[in-house]
Design a protein around this ligand. Structure first.
Ligand SMILES: [Zn+2]
Length: 74
């Protein structure tokens, strides 16, 4: 009954968030030692996603392509 939510969680935005966290939010603290900014390949369109990771471990990012993925504070 939460199929739509599950699909959203496994979509390209979630994959981008996971990719950023995998590199910058490692256990045991799950947050970077200092705020991070960088970019990864967009999992949806193959363009570029610019992201930031705050010192508290929250990530934000957006694809450079119009109308593609973006997220904040995840
Ligand atoms: Zn994109």
């Amino acid at each position: 009954m939460t199929t739509a939510a599950f699909a959203a969680l496994s979509g390209p935005t979630a994959r981008a968030v996971a990719a950023v966290r995998k590199v910058h939010c490692k256990p045991p603290t799950y947050k970077p030692e200092a705020p991070v900014s960088g970019h990864i390949a967009c999992p949806r369109c193959g363009s570029r996603v610019n992201f930031t990771v705050a010192a508290d471990g929250y990530t934000s990012g957006r694809c450079v392509a119009a109308a593609c993925i973006r997220w904040s504070r995840q």
